[in-house]
Design a protein around this ligand. Structure first.
Ligand SMILES: [Zn+2]
Ligand SMILES: [Zn+2]
Length: 140
């Protein structure tokens, strides 16, 4: 089902679902956001580094993936088209990024806040930073 949507998005741009594109997509599927470094190491022996960068760039342009800016670094995840709308928690200490469960109340609240100021929100990003459970339990 996910591959059908991916295929449809590529065909619309007259592109095909090549093997590297499929491999990279699969590496992102059902995963928390990943850094390029992690992606490259997971794709090792299957897709070379330059192809990974090119593919992520293409995916980003087509709205297949989403880039999360975390300080001056970034991580990549599949866009809301594939995983549904959600938010993240970033740990300042170990650098882990966790996907938070969707919360309809939070979504309504964000829209209400914007609507009060006469805005019609189409999208938003909300990232929470702090310490994950593991890091909070350890003395710094
Ligand atoms: Zn942590
Ligand atoms: Zn939201």
């Amino acid at each position: 089902m996910h591959h059908d949507s991916l295929h449809a998005l590529l065909v619309k741009e007259k592109l095909s679902l090549t093997r590297p594109r499929r491999i990279i997509f699969d590496l992102l599927l059902h995963k928390d956001p990943q850094s390029m470094q992690v992606l490259i190491s997971r794709a090792a022996n299957k897709v070379d580094r330059a192809t990974i960068y090119r593919t992520i760039e293409l995916f980003e342009r087509l709205g297949i993936v989403h880039r999360l800016n975390i300080g001056w670094k970034y991580k990549i995840e599949l866009s809301d088209l594939f995983v549904g709308h959600h938010h993240h928690f970033h740990c300042n200490q170990c650098g882990a990024t966790h996907t938070l469960q969707a919360n309809p109340m939070l979504e309504t609240m964000i829209d209400t806040v914007a609507a009060k100021e006469n805005f019609s929100p189409r999208s938003h990003q909300l990232e929470i930073h702090g310490l994950c459970g593991q890091c909070a339990g350890q003395p710094a």
